[in-house]
Ligand binder design. Sequence first.
Ligand SMILES: [Zn+2]
Length: 111
Amino acid sequence: MKNEPTMLPEAPASATAKMTSPAGIEWMVTLRDLSASGLLKKINRLEDELLGAGWTSATASNVGSDANAPAADGTPVCPVHRVPMKRSKFNGWYCSQRDSAGNYCKEEVKN
Ligand SMILES: [Zn+2]
């Protein structure tokens, strides 16, 4: 084939950021574009919008991929619900979320 294009088509680009909403909910925000330069424009625009609306970066304060890793302030996070656990009256921590049947989450951390 002599007619191959000399320019490679640009590979689709994507970027994912972990953001925390003003309500404290963590979101994985993924942006896609057909080019890196287009993606960068989208990132800049979204950053302005989110930060202007009070969102913060979740990755800055919560480094690491282990869902069981305690948050920066030492509060454990429920591996099922990804929410900070509550201090138990007894020892350790419990998750205050309920499942669809109304039963409390069974995740707990002893300390
Ligand atoms: Zn839970």
